[in-house]
Write a protein that binds this ligand. Sequence first.
Ligand code: CA
Length: 511
Amino acid sequence: MASGFRARPPSLSAGQNLSDYYKVEGLLRVAEGRMFYLVNDNRRDRPSRRCWECGDENNLIDAPTCSACSASLAVRRFLVAVHISANPEAYFHFFQRQITHRCFLSPCDAFLFPEDRPVLLCSVVPFHGERFLLDEAAPMNITAVLTLAQRGIALIAHLATQGIKLSTINRANFLLRGDDDFILYDPAVIEAQEGPLPMEECAKVVRDLGALLRKYTSVEERGWLDFFQGAEDGMYLTPGEFGQALQAEYNRHPRGKSTLHAGMSDVGLIRQINEDNWGWGRLAPGVDIFAVADGMGGHEAGEIASKLAVDTLVSEAARRMNVSPRPSIDAIENVLDETFQGANNRIKSTAEERGNDMGTTLVCCIVVDDAVALCANVGDSRGYLIRGGQLHQITRDHSLVQRMVEQNRLTPAEARNHPHSNILLRTVGTERGVEIDIFRVELEPGDRLLLCSDGLWGEVEDAEIESILNGSDSNRVVCRELIRAAHHGGGKDNISVVIISVPSSPEEAAS
Ligand code: CA
């Protein structure tokens, strides 16, 4: 692993004591390279209690209030982020700085556990039931995205003035209170210097924030998608430049509206990194593209392949569709075929340059006027149609077990648990010129489309996927529930889902 933040630390168990003060209640959430635990300070095995207000350590174990400052000694809960840290010294310097900001949860404690190898860095904050941004499906309404943008920019700048250099900023760094009160938490500190950091040194983190914001922006907010794409591509070198451009863009934009699509990706419970990717874009008025890719290749190659596939597909299709008059359905199908092939060849070239064998699955869907879906795939990420409450698989897996099912050598149930269920016969980026399957679906009002990686369908039976979809009209809620179900199924792989709804009435389409 290239960075200490990428490796998954070993687990702590419920009831286990942690340092002098804490007892583990349980694992709250797993993220790339990190685990978040809920702990309390109810340590009956200790001779005395610590007061968190004044730091006095001499209180009797059953004392209701602190003898030094009279603060309550009721049991408190804390959130502990555990990661394998490449640079714990920098984190301790940052901790000692006790940086305050109204949108920042400064650690109240930080320590190494155990004190030998591998070094696990534990960072502790008081916990009051905040939610993880990790559990929020995209898109958020644009007001929330812009609040996150302003917070992120302000916090990056604030930490830089305190001499704190971050390696990145991502979804795992934010907690949520209410709908749009974003709190920065457990930043990925790589350096804590005495004086302020030159703002240009934040350029990479500014790009990462742009990528995070783009992911949470609805396909209907094309102006904002393009704006955040620009930030992700490195248009702004400092948080100040990004902030000024954000304000100018805001002044140009009308208010956003509600959306009918949602997307979410999750590392799962076992894997250390997320090699899946997903994305969307508006190609023309009434024409949107959605995609899910599941990368493979190891050593960071898989995540590069899946990101290249999604980004190339979306940006190239948008470029090709930027003509007047708008292309016919048959011409859009050609655009899809050629841009999919273009993404394939670009990954193949990149793999050759890097001397690796990276590849990816890719399933995507272009929805035209809520009337037709053009669904294309290579590999075993799937497209489903949900019509009248029933789930139908649109795509066909290009896998060994699928071929054996078609040859009547396996039943679909046997295929699910087959030891070779992960062998793919066709992938994106492995050969120049890949054969692409394209399916055309005439859509009806109220239909939904689901794109997903095998981390979903491999863990959750179709009947359960169907019942979760039927359980809520909110696609953001369904995304969260599907990922939760995949965790319950074992969470052995990365999980990605994108859901698109066809409005059931013209009023809904216009709302
Ligand atoms: Ca997978």
